[in-house]
Design a protein. Sequence first.
Length: 371
Amino acid sequence: MSFWKKITSYRWDGIEAAILGKTAKDVHRALQSPVRRFDDFLAFLAPDAAGYLEEMAQTAHQLTVRRFGRTIQMFAPVYMSNECTNACAYCGFNRRNRIARATLSVDEVVDEAMVLHGQGFRHILLLTGESPHHAPVDYLIRVARKLQRIFASISIEIYPLATDDYRRLILNGVDGLTIFQETYNLKQYATFHPSGPKHNYRRRLETPDRGGKAGFRRLNIGALLGLCDWRVEGAFVGLHAAYLVHRYWKSSVSISFPRLRPAAGGFQPPFPVSDVQMVQLMCALRLWLPDAGLVLSTREPAMLRDNLLPMGITQMSAGSKTAPGGYAAKEKAESQFEVCDLRSPKEVADMIAGRGYEPVWKDWDASFLNA
Ligand code: SF4
């Protein structure tokens, strides 16, 4: 059993029709309901829910404070390599783009991480493109071994691996897996991922399952907003998250909201998502999945990030660089996309504190496992 099996019982058109068929009365009823079903979630994604956004945001805020308190967990990405064998239409690292490429040595990754450590981070996210030749699992393990002595939590956002490789990474200090399906629309997925191993929709879709089986403590999923209709995409993200929560109950599940940003290659999103639509999606997910973490990156502008804070966000990146070597002042290669919130980690932490929340740099220690 995997999410692949589950998703085949849903049709994109069917979900779209169900969302568009929801009325203001359905939204009102869903808001009042003490136990929310998938159908209620679809109502929150409907055009008619726009009139209830204020009420949805307030309820989302209350649910989040009840479940997570007024805390925002801080993290930052470290790009280890921008080598890639795929040709994702929207990505600056697309193998067809003629950009400067680099893979950091293990020591260079540690240099990058130490800059973040000096800024206060104890949770980091390690990223690569999809090139096992340049960034093999053994290389990732060597990096993790060095960093696990310094960081409380190490997550990876890399190419899909087999369950046993994930187990090896977990044994060497990696505790979180981020993998975005990009789009759940099977047909469009093939268009945006024309070649390379990522062309295989099912292999990517089943990656969080393999991560859950391997025993990652954190599983983070998402869709790239702007590729397809955000309402239907959001419905599939919610379905996937609910499935993971149910099936891998020992892992904490979170959802990211990556919205397409300018990148090398000049890709234009066919379905741009407005700020208001982002808010609606975020609130809808929170109302349906009160226990899911919601992650907001520096792809978004500072003011929007500040305003989204009380609507259900639980994790934020800050001061991010999206090129290998971006922190240690010796940028070696092209970035994946342009970051929008350029504030320093301290400025972001001050903003969070100024709004009555606690920026949390460390919420976990491996020694808990032995307690
Ligand atoms: S999105 Fe990932 S897999 Fe696709 S081209 Fe970019 S780095 Fe490679």
